[in-house]
Ligand binder design. Structure first.
Ligand SMILES: [Zn+2]
Ligand SMILES: [Zn+2]
Length: 332
């Protein structure tokens, strides 16, 4: 098969992914072999490729927003069949026995496996995943439209939940890339007013087109105090600005897996029971709930499509804020 392989982390400007031929993966046990149709490009892929996340497997095939059809199944597979259309997310497998898994908090599992990081992912013609961790994908959604839902969508949804935002409330979104452009659609469905703070003028424009009541620069002060905020941009210096924009008792949720250092905080910014919390991975329940809601709304994905062989170019565009909505690799 053809795949994009990372031999060792490096700045994306050096085009570190090699488009190359590799043996097809072999299914075992509870795994399904998926012929990849499309794979979303996530900011986490950028952190893997550039080494902000310490390498766990090298070489590795990145990519954890996979949509495709099952072409082969392992001997223990019982729920899915050859020909089924499925999505493969970041949460590749959990241990099932640690305290967190047993308490229904599998997103915090002590021994998780992550797609496109600890095992090979979807920047490839084929990839494998355990059947219990893949999602059926509605035939109503095109491959490229569905792919960004699998991480940007699900993590955005979990971030909304953890932010505690309620119907009629005011929500701040810091950074307006793939996750935010999906989260705003859920927020508006819940009758929430959205304020978008993002450095790129094109992203501010997209936010307004998608129904934000106001858009401004990254640390601009929104014209009304916020009930909750989500920071999707990986920049720690946004944290004080977001806390400053927040009402008493409000929550700032941090939606990314990596963030630059958070500067010292004046306690007044946090006092009055404001909450600062991170969002880590997601449970399968989050994924199922979000995909159902996405079909119900229905969510529309803004995408920019690149051929698989151009994964380096897609990552460079993402790094330069040049993507409107989500970048997706199409596998021919
Ligand atoms: Zn576990
Ligand atoms: Zn992701």
């Amino acid at each position: 098969m053809k795949a994009c392989l990372l031999h060792s982390p490096a700045r994306v400007e050096t085009n570190p992914l090699e488009f190359t031929a590799l043996p097809d993966p072999v299914v075992q046990g509870d795994q399904v072999l998926v012929r990849v149709a499309a794979c979303g490009v996530c900011r986490t892929d950028l952190h893997v490729v550039e080494g902000e996340l310490p390498p766990r497997k090298l070489p590795v095939i990145p990519g954890h927003q996979v949509v495709g059809r099952i072409e082969r199944v392992g001997a223990e597979v019982s729920r899915l069949r050859v020909g089924d259309r499925v999505g493969i997310p970041w949460l590749h497998r959990t241990c099932g026995v640690c305290d967190y898994c047993r308490a229904g908090k599998e997103n915090l599992c002590d021994n998780p496996t992550f797609t496109g990081y600890i095992v090979d992912g979807g920047y490839a013609e084929y990839t494998i995943a355990p059947e219990k961790f893949v999602y059926p994908i509605s035939e109503a959604l095109a491959d490229e439209q569905a792919a960004p839902l699998l991480c940007a969508g699900i993590i955005g949804f979990r971030s909304l939940r953890l932010s505690g935002i309620e119907a009629g409330g005011r929500l701040g979104l810091y950074g307006f890339g793939a996750a935010a452009h999906l989260a705003i659609q859920v927020a508006r469905h819940w009758n929430v007013s959205v304020y978008a703070m993002t450095r790129d003028a094109r992203h501010q424009k997209l936010a307004l087109e998608m129904g934000a009541v106001w858009a401004g620069g990254t640390v601009a002060e929104p014209p009304a105090k916020l009930d909750a905020a989500i920071i999707f941009a990986p920049a720690g210096e946004i944290v004080p600005a977001a806390l400053k924009a927040l009402k008493k008792g409000g929550t700032v949720a941090l939606g990314g897996i990596h963030m630059s250092p958070i500067p010292p905080l004046d306690y007044n910014l946090l006092y009055h029971e404001r909450v600062l919390r991170s969002v880590a991975n997601n449970t399968r329940q989050d994924g199922e709930d979000f995909l159902r809601l996405a079909a119900e709304i229905p969510i529309h994905t803004e995408i920019e499509v690149f051929p698989l062989r151009d994964a380096n170019r897609a990552l460079n565009s993402l790094k330069n804020d040049a993507i409107r909505g989500a970048a997706v690799l199409r596998v021919e």
